[in-house]
Design a protein around this ligand. Structure first.
Ligand SMILES: [Zn+2]
Length: 267
């Protein structure tokens, strides 16, 4: 495994997917905060080895849970494990900081869900419930197929498209609940306590929104880094954007170090 690639692990099972580190082209490609933008980013980053079972795999075929786990992995590798956010207290209205480790959240959340589920995993990757109902998990393709429908209709259509075997009179709520248990997404409400008034409340967190917004928010810094390297080394835009984020940052540090050294020497 090369230094800029890492196998993604989830719940102790090595995943079939590998991601490479972001480069400038990837960072520049992020446009929007929706599911399509997330799929587009993962499509660029998925590493496919010739001859491997996932060689022809597309990011749009990932389930929402797989996608969120990979997005969490991208976040950790790009910005580190800490999530730092600010929320406004629902009771006293004061702002307070919210900080947590994304890896710990993933592990804890998955463990709780798995211990509660009644669904059984079948050898083909589908799931069955005690009553005999069998279902699969919706993929990005399924989600895209219902875009434009009112949300309640989209939800129903998505559930129906994922039921493989069922008796008449399917309990769709039970299917939806089972899907959430076997494949949790990182779009959830976290328990928090306001440090000012002490009131307990829930704060929403969605990894897709959080990662894509973080990438969009760094666009000014990104442009400044590209400019620094172009001026210092005379590299073309293509060459600079091809650098991994880590390498680009390292070169910018060198340039900044030289500049501050020169300023000190001249004073
Ligand atoms: Zn408060």
């Amino acid at each position: 495994m090369s230094a800029d690639r890492v196998a993604f692990h989830f719940s102790g099972n090595p995943s079939r997917f590998q991601l490479r580190e972001l480069n400038g082209f990837d960072e520049q490609s992020v446009c929007g905060l929706d599911t399509m933008a997330a799929i587009g980013l993962l499509e660029r980053l998925l590493v496919r080895r010739p001859g491997s079972p996932t060689e022809q795999f597309k990011a749009i075929q990932l389930t929402a849970s797989e996608r969120d786990c990979l997005l969490a992995d991208v976040y950790q590798r790009t910005f580190g494990p800490r999530i730092e956010s600010t929320a406004r207290c629902a009771l006293c209205g004061e702002l307070f900081d919210l900080t947590f480790d994304i890896g710990n959240l993933l592990t804890a959340y998955r463990a709780v869900q798995l211990s509660e589920t009644e669904a059984r995993t079948e050898p083909d990757g589908t799931f069955s419930l005690p009553g005999g109902l069998r279902f699969r998990l919706p993929t990005g393709e399924d989600e895209m197929a219902v875009v434009g429908l009112p949300s309640d209709q989209a939800e129903m259509a998505l559930l129906h498209s994922c039921i493989i075997e069922a008796e008449k009179g399917v309990n769709l709520d039970a299917v939806q609940h089972a899907m959430e248990e076997v494949a949790p997404v990182l779009d959830l409400d976290l328990d928090a306590q306001c440090p000012d008034c002490g009131s307990k409340q829930q704060v929403h967190f969605d990894i897709q929104f959080y990662l894509l917004r973080a990438l969009e928010q760094q666009s000014k810094r990104f442009a400044r880094e590209v400019h620094r390297l172009a001026v210092a080394y005379g590299w073309s835009l293509n060459e600079i954007l091809s650098l991994s984020r880590t390498k680009r940052r390292t070169f910018v540090e060198f340039v900044d170090g030289d500049l501050s050294g020169r300023v000190r020497a001249s004073t």
